[in-house]
Design a binder for this molecule. Structure first.
Ligand SMILES: [Zn+2]
Ligand SMILES: [Zn+2]
Ligand SMILES: [Zn+2]
Length: 143
């Protein structure tokens, strides 16, 4: 289980990789660490743009990818596109409603039965955290 890292630890991790900690990168890391739950790249880009006009969104996307490389973040594909979690918060399976967009989650314990079922098929080890399972939420299914 990865441990939760603080802002300073994350800056150290990036510096250890030989990255120059520019004011833009610092602002991005700080925004990521402040965000609870899902981290949508476009939302981070908008916030950073508001704080530091002129920051290229590609700098934001690259920094998020670097944060994944060093193990701080992990991405999942949701109905709305790829979003990040802090790596220690990523162990759940998304259930996304394709009609209303509601996002629910199965705990990894709840998903264990499904993993076992899939494993019985030629020993396949599924990573159920990577892609959302799409369908209809209870309300949309009843409508
Ligand atoms: Zn999630
Ligand atoms: Zn992916
Ligand atoms: Zn729905």
């Amino acid at each position: 289980m990865p441990v939760a890292l603080g802002y300073v630890d994350v800056l150290d991790l990036l510096r250890d990789r030989g990255l120059r900690m520019t004011p833009q990168r610092r602002a991005i890391v700080s925004e990521v660490m402040r965000t609870n739950g899902h981290i949508a790249p476009a939302a981070i880009a908008r916030t950073i743009e508001g704080e530091m006009p002129g920051v290229n969104p590609s700098t934001v996307y690259r920094t998020l990818a670097l944060l994944e490389d060093v193990g701080v973040l992990q991405h999942s594909h949701l109905e709305s596109g790829a979003e990040y979690h802090k790596a220690d918060e990523a162990q759940h399976v998304h259930l996304t409603c394709h009609r209303c967009g509601r996002d629910d989650a199965l705990s990894i314990e709840e998903a264990a039965k499904l993993s076992r079922l899939i494993r019985q098929h030629h020993g396949f080890e599924a990573d159920l955290t990577h892609f959302a399972i799409t369908g209809l939420c209870k309300d949309c299914a009843a409508a």
